[in-house]
Design a protein around this ligand. Structure first.
Ligand code: FUB
Length: 739
């Protein structure tokens, strides 16, 4: 790392010198005065308790509102020479990208090679991580997710923190907190030297000038090669290590990019989830921080966090609220409803290199018993594991799942082989359970080609696979479930012209339905249409449109029908959490009914959705059944997943929220999460109550939960109407606690 030292001293002396550096120049620092995208900054926290500048750190909280935030500790690069660069490094690039994605960012100083020799530097970082966990509540940090990131020597420390979990010699006792873990949950390595014994990229003769690492180790490299291994992140790799994402520039002339590839290969060999981005033309920091690369980083961290799913409650639309989701295919298996959507992520894909495009790298499966309490079973199939697929194409479009003889077959499209391409193959994975784990078959499903597979099982057990590929096509699946028995046939020949995709098939009262997204007008967006037939493979007679185009021009809609506990439902999607980019979509569900002749009664999308609510639940009345005067907006412009609020600006503004179960005991209180500068009076009415209730809300300083007595005797299932009588208020939710 000799070159780093030289270039660093130039760039600290004069910022203009940065521009004069060749492509491989040093670009990790920016001059101060960066607009850091935080809502709060805690500066100069003394994590070691010794009041030394090298043991201070800053914490930045994101602009989005949350009770607690996942954490990334971002470590500056300095060839281990600096002990006070926390306020300068990577703030406008890596740090802002992390903050924008909802991560709290901790930027620590650490001891330099002049202050102390290795392992003091990693002792400091581990002290920081333990401090974060020990003081999590104080700073609103989520101790269950603490990742590291770093540039250059910071990349080394970040990587070392990841691989050396549980290595006693590297733990130290900086700051104490020894009862807290210093393990990290994921790591990002930006241009880091991770194997100082490999700086000449495995050449028989090591010609590297090791000055900075000699300074941090306190002895010369030559003759002490074995002792230097203690410094390497690669030395400590073991299968228990957390996922690591690696970025390295192909033109990096300070730390050779073989460091990135070498690290990737060793992690991959040890079975650790890892991704490597060799950035074409990237130097040592220069040209590395494109929006796309920063998204690769935050997408990777998000993916690690959500890998194992979790549970959430939501009975309104959109119904999947823990991440983006699209193309929902719903099925009832063993009495429980399972949902197989595709999983949109913030895009790094571009169509013809200009238009941001679909970006999907894995599938999650969800399930529920009541369409209100949902379990996300986590990642079931990932692009990196598809034997025939491109591991980085982010093209895992609409999937489906079917049960056959006690096994569950999951069909999914993906880009084959290498290259981005817009060609798709259809793959299949099998499991003993609807929620996985799934084993992916070696090859694509023979006899298919295209996107949007839908697997339909007829009453006699025959399974048909239909898909979109130059029209809507389908065929009988062979007994092995991995090939079409005979030739696939065209199903939509009699349908009106216009682009089609996303076919779904179901059967009701002996009739087969082929439903599909259809662009009925040139230049338009997708509506949902269908045909009916007496046979699964047609001919189908066109029956019309059952859902109109998106009023806000979300280009796609993709759907499925399912009968659950005696009611038919339509699952579909819309870009509710991403109003300005329609390739980040969210699943919705509404009830659907049929006319006597079997035709579908057109479905009008609702916000209220289909979930079951007790009066004591938080009722998001912004997901209204009817609205008059009042308006709705996002609660937090920086975090749309935080949902919506109702804005009551003028007396008479009102919303109705249908079907709230007050049970057999009338509530005694009403609670309102409200933001009102002026104070307000709300009238709450329920048709079954013995009176309307006026609730007076005192002026609040921002969002607050107000509570008032509730004297109306309300029981049973009620529609709740909230109306503004005086003042003005924004309401997030209301609830009627029993106690
Ligand atoms: O989600 C990607 C593609 O968009 C699907 O495969 C199509 O059906 C459309 O929804």
């Amino acid at each position: 790392m000799k070159k780093l030292l030289t270039v660093l001293s130039v760039c600290l002396a004069c910022s203009g010198a940065l521009k004069a550096q060749p492509a491989g120049g040093f670009g990790g620092f920016q001059m101060p005065k960066i607009d850091v995208h935080c809502s709060e900054k805690f500066a100069d926290i003394d994590y070691a308790g010794d009041d030394q500048v090298y043991h201070k750190m800053d914490i930045y909280l994101p602009r989005m509102q949350k009770d607690i935030y996942p954490v990334v500790v971002h470590i500056y690069g300095s060839a281990w020479y600096s002990n006070n660069s926390k306020g300068m490094a990577d703030l406008g690039t890596i740090v802002n990208a992390l903050l924008d994605a909802g991560y709290a960012v901790v930027t620590p100083n650490h001891r330099s090679s002049a202050d102390a020799k290795f392992p003091a530097q990693i002792h400091d970082i581990k002290g920081v991580i333990r401090f974060v966990r020990a003081h999590a509540a104080e700073y609103r940090l989520d101790p269950s997710f603490v990742a590291t990131s770093g540039f250059s020597s910071g990349g080394h420390l970040s990587s070392l923190a990841a691989t050396s979990g549980g290595v006693a010699e590297l733990e130290g006792a900086v700051g104490g907190n020894l009862g807290f873990s210093s393990r990290v949950d994921a790591a990002c390595d930006w241009s880091g030297p991770v194997d100082l014994n490999y700086m000449s990229c495995g050449a028989a003769q090591d010609t590297w000038n090791h000055a900075p690492e000699e300074a941090v180790m306190g002895f010369s490299f030559k003759g002490n090669e074995e002792r230097f291994r203690a410094l390497n992140a690669t030395t400590y790799i073991d299968p228990a290590d957390p996922p690591v994402v690696i970025f390295h520039g192909t033109e990096d002339n300070v730390v050779p990019n073989c460091q990135g590839s070498h690290f990737y290969e060793l992690l991959d060999k040890a079975g650790i989830r890892t991704e490597l981005y060799l950035v074409e033309g990237g130097g040592h920091g220069m040209n590395m921080y494109s929006e796309r690369n920063l998204r690769y980083m935050t997408n990777f961290l998000d993916k690690v966090r959500f890998e194992h799913g979790g549970t959430f409650v939501t009975g309104t639309n959109p119904v999947i609220t823990n991440q983006f989701s699209a193309d929902p295919s719903a099925h009832v298996f063993n009495g429980r409803l399972y949902l197989y959507p595709s999983h949109d992520i913030p895009t790094v894909n571009y169509q013809r290199e200009t238009t941001p495009w679909f970006c999907m790298s894995d599938y999650h499966v969800y399930s529920t018993d009541d369409l209100t309490h949902w379990t996300d079973h986590g990642n079931i199939v990932d692009q990196k594991d598809v034997p025939w697929g491109n591991p980085t194409a982010n093209s895992m479009w609409a999937p489906d799942c079917v049960e056959k003889d006690g096994k569950y077959y999951f069909y999914f499209p993906n880009a084959p082989g290498s290259g981005r391409g817009f060609g798709f193959g259809i793959g299949v994975a099998v499991s003993d359970s609807p929620s996985g784990p799934f084993t992916i078959y070696e090859n694509t499903v023979k006899g298919t080609g295209g996107i949007d597979p839908c697997a339909f099982k007829d009453d006699d057990g025959t399974v048909y696979l239909i898909w979109s590929g130059m029209g809507l096509r389908g065929g009988k699946l062979a007994a092995n479930m991995t090939e079409i028995d005979g030739e696939g046939v065209r199903l939509d020949e009699a349908f009106p012209k216009g682009q089609t995709e996303g076919p779904f098939m179901f059967k009701r009262n002996g009739k087969y339905y082929l439903t599909y997204p259809w662009v009925r007008e040139q230049g338009g967006t997708e509506c949902l249409a269908y045909g009916m037939s007496d046979n699964p493979l047609g001919p189908y007679e066109f029956k019309g449109v059952f859902m109109d185009e998106s009023p806000t021009k979300c280009w796609t809609n993709h759907h499925s029908f399912v009968e659950f506990k005696g009611q038919w439902y339509l699952f579909y999607h819309h870009n509710d959490f991403s109003p300005t980019f329609d390739k980040n979509r969210s699943v919705r569900v509404d009830k659907v009914s049929f006319n006597e002749d079997g035709t579908i009664v057109p479905v009008i999308p609702t916000w209220r959705g289909v979930g079951y609510f007790r009066a004591s639940d938080e009722l998001n009345i912004d997901r209204y059944s009817e609205i008059s005067g009042a308006t709705v907006d996002y609660v937090d412009p920086y975090n749309l997943f935080a949902g919506w609020k109702t804005i009551f600006a003028n007396p008479g503004d009102k919303v109705r929220f249908n079907e709230v179960d007050f049970g057999r005991k009338a509530p005694k209180k009403v609670r309102v999460r409200v933001n009102t500068r002026t104070g307000a009076v709300l009238k709450i009415s329920t048709p079954g109550g013995n009176r309307d209730m006026l609730v007076t809300l005192a002026p609040s300083d921002g969002w607050a939960v107000a509570e008032a007595r509730f004297k109306a005797k309300v029981k049973g299932m009620q529609d709740v109407t909230v109306e503004l009588v005086s003042g003005a208020a924004e309401v997030d939710w209301i609830s009627f606690p029993l106690k």
